[in-house]
Design a protein around this ligand. Structure first.
Ligand code: SF4
Ligand code: SF4
Length: 111
C-alpha cells in the first residue's frame, strides 16, 4: 500500500548551498544562534551559502552534541539558516540588525 506523504512544509526551505561563496559587503542582518534552544543537529549547516556555521568548540561546553555558532564576520545575513532551522527543526536562530549586533556584542562587522 503506498502512502501519500505531504511535503508541503518543506516548500519554505531553500535548497542547501551547492557551492561556497564569500561576503562582498557589510550585511544588514546577522544570524545569532540561541544556544539554549539549539539541539546541535547541524541541519542548518549545509544551507549556509558561505559555510560560516560550525559547532561550538568542545572547550566551551563539554557535552556530546554541542550547539552551533555563526562566524559572524563571514555571515551575509541571508536568513537561510534561520528559515531552515524554523521549518525543519527548532527555531533556534535569530536575525539581528547589524547595528544592534555591533552594539550588543561590542564589535564591528567588516564590510
Ligand atoms: S538547525 Fe537549528 S537546532 Fe539544528 S544546529 Fe542549526 S540552529 Fe541548532
Ligand atoms: S544568515 Fe545564516 S545561512 Fe546566511 S550567511 Fe548568515 S549564517 Fe549563513
Amino acid at each position: 500500500m503506498s502512502k501519500d506523504y505531504n511535503y508541503d512544509h518543506y516548500k519554505s526551505v531553500p535548497d542547501p548551498a551547492s557551492n561556497v561563496n564569500f561576503k562582498k559587503k557589510k550585511p544588514k542582518l546577522i544570524a545569532v544562534v540561541d544556544e539554549d534552544n539549539c539541539t546541535g543537529c547541524q541541519v542548518c549547516v549545509p544551507f549556509c551559502p558561505v559555510d560560516c556555521i560550525e559547532p561550538v568548540p568542545k572547550e566551551k561546553y563539554d557535552i556530546p552534541i554541542p550547539p552551533v555558532q555563526v562566524r559572524h564576520d563571514e555571515c551575509i545575513g541571508c536568513q537561510i539558516c534561520a528559515k531552515a532551522c524554523t521549518a525543519l527543526t527548532w527555531d533556534a536562530i535569530r536575525m539581528i540588525k547589524t547595528e544592534e549586533f555591533e552594539e550588543i556584542y561590542d564589535t564591528e562587522v567588516s564590510g
